[in-house]
Write a protein that binds this ligand. Structure first.
Ligand code: TRH
Length: 377
């Protein structure tokens, strides 16, 4: 009989929580033949990633996943074999009581946020005994072998490579998005949080000897672009040019299309958790705008990832890319560090491909979760 899973997603803000759980749910169904109910408390966020979904339905099926609205007042629900709470969201008390009653007890997992910090390898998979006698296991995604790995669908890297070798498929895709870059222009995507230093980077792009075509999905960083263009109203579809720089505002598209956009670009600026991972699978030079936390708690996480990511680069290229990432995340002037990155562009590109292949040789997160469940039986 096929195993049943409940995944609980509480949308804190933005799209990362729902982005990760939706991808995971689909993959569990498609590749591991399990039945998945995905409980989401904010369907509006889900509809942005899956536009055909209903905003009102208490229950609906999308790509073989049963999507359930997680109501404020919890009703009754049968308990499946595996209960996965994403990012320490709090399960309803009535649901936990029902878990206690079930025989055999379900496997209870907390899927944590992605971090490259060393301590993750020591905590991955550890149980925590709850006061009611239930055990909850902490499952950490990550970049190293001793972690739960990264979300990666079967054949993803091959699909991306085929697309990147097919110029006409890329051109058709971009045209559908209304994007027609001039020949030879560097294509850059920017999905980032607000950044007061954005202007210093845009200045550099505008005075570059090569054309830069910057694609900005609608969202939080748009205000900074607007300010740089003298408070022009930048709506979806807007195209503004200054010197060598063209900025084009794109609509927020379904997840699969956003992936393709990343595959098309020469440089991707991404944020949070899910787009950060997807840019790594795109195997192109990238910059991570990390989600800001109180007391600068995000900075050690940034450094932990940089320590891994930059390790395969020459010292000069590592210095250039590291200083661009740090500068972007600290709101510092970006002109010089961008220029330095361009000097090492070819090496950074080779490195992005290598990094992608190395990560793709590890067990993916969905497979690791399924294996963890099997081992628990
Ligand atoms: O939206 P985010 O900033 O989410 C963040 C992070 O997950 C952060 O760690 C978490 O603490 C916070 O939310 C609550 O960035 P992220 O993780 O990249 O999620 C964005 C999702 O949106 C991702 O699944 C890709 C998707 N997306 C589209 O589907 N279409 C688009 O056009 C774009 C730009 C993104």
């Amino acid at each position: 009989m096929k195993a049943s899973w409940d995944i609980f997603c509480s949308v804190v803000d933005n799209y990362g929580d729902v982005g990760v759980t939706w991808r995971l749910a689909r993959q569990l169904v498609a590749e591991h033949g399990v039945g998945v109910r995905l409980w989401i408390d904010d369907l509006a966020a889900f509809v942005r990633l899956c536009p055909e979904a209903s905003l009102e339905a208490a229950e609906q099926w999308q790509d073989g996943v049963q999507i359930c609205h997680w109501p404020e007042t919890w009703g009754a629900a049968d308990i499946p074999d595996v209960v996965l709470e994403a990012f320490a969201c709090r399960l309803p008390t009535g649901y936990i009581d029902a878990m206690l009653q079930r025989s055999p007890r379900p496997l209870w997992l907390n899927l944590d946020y992605l971090s490259a910090e060393e301590w993750v390898t020591g905590c991955h998979g550890l149980p925590s005994l709850q006061s009611n006698g239930l055990k909850k296991f902490f499952f950490f995604p990550g970049f190293q072998d001793a972690t739960g790995g990264l979300l990666r669908e079967k054949g993803l890297v091959e699909q991306c490579q085929a697309f990147q070798h097919d110029r006409s498929a890329q051109r058709d895709f971009l045209q559908e998005m209304g994007v027609k870059p001039n020949d030879g222009a560097r294509l850059i995507s920017v999905f980032a949080y607000e950044n007061p230093a954005l202007g210093s980077w845009l200045e550099r792009l505008a005075s570059d000897s090569r054309e830069n075509h910057v694609l900005v999905p609608e969202g939080r960083v748009l205000g900074d672009f607007q300010r740089w263009f003298g408070n022009q109203d930048l709506q979806v579809g807007a195209v503004q040019t200054r010197g060598s720089l063209t900025v084009q505002v794109l609509p927020f598209v379904r997840q699969e299309r956003y992936d393709r956009l990343l595959w098309c670009c020469d440089f991707n600026i991404v944020r949070g958790e899910d787009s950060f991972v997807r840019a790594q699978w795109a195997a192109r030079p990238m910059l991570w705008h990390i989600y800001q936390q109180e007391d600068e708690a995000h900075l050690p996480k940034l450094e932990a990832f940089l320590a891994l990511y930059l390790a395969g680069l020459s010292p000069a290229a590592a210095q250039a890319l590291g200083s661009l990432w740090r500068g972007w995340n600290r709101g510092l002037d970006l002109g010089e560090s961008w220029q330095a990155v361009l000097i090492h562009e070819a090496e950074i590109e080779r490195h992005a491909r290598r990094w992608c292949l190395e990560r793709a040789s590890q067990t993916d997160l969905a497979a690791a979760l399924v294996q963890f469940y099997r081992n628990s039986l």
